[in-house]
Design a protein around this ligand. Structure first.
Ligand SMILES: [Zn+2]
Length: 301
């Protein structure tokens, strides 16, 4: 166990009959959340809100600008769009490499080290949970650092593709000026223009189209990944949702599933979420301070 991990005694699982009757309230505190989760094992479901303190913007947070995320159909159906996408990704993905986990990610690691988590389901593709040291996790929407061939399904690292794209476009980055000031989005996209001359790369094995191994809007999460996530909820006495407004079904279904099976759902998020009506406790708070306090609080037993 890392020296910073709180000492939490893994509790015995409790059945649905132990579900307390706590109504969602705007006055909820981290202590209320800790009281509910104490002596339980729980799954954690995280979203973009967890990574905003690491400098990765949220698509849908209360402070973020409106965006039109790329759809899967655009990517596979439009050569110009695809070239534009890869040109932006060629710049943007390096921002993801440079990002560091924050206290929220570290608090999740502390909870796992203490043995109270059944697993971590993340909708983030930034790998920051992995960088922080989480071990039992599922990247529900994929990962920015992998690239998949849509034809033969071969997976390569984003770094390996970078070598090829850099060789094909030797002067592209230099032509952009200060890339540190270019806006980035959560999937490693970068908002730039002048991408019409960018040369993209296809699969080296079969010449098929390459796509970041990320689940885009309009695409379905692979069944095997979903089953791993459901198993984490099945093993849990409760579900903690942190930093997600659960706007898309792929995350919301786990909150509904837990609720349907009589398991308390705790939501920690800045602003409203689609699971507020089924949350046992809704805590309107930033995830970095809330999760840090929660991990510390659960260690005091
Ligand atoms: Zn291929």
């Amino acid at each position: 166990m890392p020296p910073h991990a709180p000492r939490i005694v893994p509790p015995a699982p409790l059945g649905p009959s132990a579900l307390p009757n706590v109504n969602p309230t705007p006055h909820a505190t981290v202590a209320d959340v800790a009281d509910l989760l104490r002596d339980k094992r729980f799954a954690v479901l995280t979203g973009a809100g967890l990574s905003t303190d690491s400098g990765i913007p949220d698509y849908r947070g209360p402070d973020s600008a409106p965006r039109n995320p790329m759809t899967y159909q655009q990517f596979i159906g439009d050569d110009v769009f695809r070239r534009h996408y890869w040109a932006r990704n060629h710049v943007g993905w390096r921002h993801m490499v440079a990002a560091h986990p924050n206290g929220g990610h570290r608090a999740v690691v502390d909870l796992e080290s203490a043995g109270v988590l059944t697993g971590l389901i993340t909708q983030n593709v930034d790998t920051l949970h992995q960088k922080a040291g989480s071990r039992n996790f599922i990247d529900l929407h994929g990962s920015y650092d992998r690239v998949i061939c849509l034809t033969c399904k071969n997976v390569i690292t984003r770094e390996a593709l970078d070598v090829r794209l850099t060789a094909l476009n030797p002067n592209f980055r230099a032509s952009l000026g200060n890339i540190g000031e270019i806006e980035i989005a959560p999937d490693g996209d970068a908002v730039i223009d002048a991408t019409g001359h960018f040369r993209i790369a296809n699969c080296e094995l079969c010449d098929g189209l390459l796509k970041p191994d990320i689940v885009y809007f309009g695409e379905t999460v692979p069944k095997a990944w979903v089953e791993v996530a459901y198993a984490m909820v099945d093993d849990a006495d409760a579900l903690l949702v942190a930093g997600s407004s659960l706007t898309v079904h792929s995350g919301l279904r786990f909150a509904r599933y837990a609720n349907k099976h009589g398991k308390p759902v705790v939501v920690i998020n800045t602003g409203p979420t689609r699971a507020d009506d089924l949350a046992t406790i809704k805590l309107d708070a930033g995830t970095t301070p809330a999760l840090t306090e929660l991990a510390a609080n659960l260690s005091q037993q």
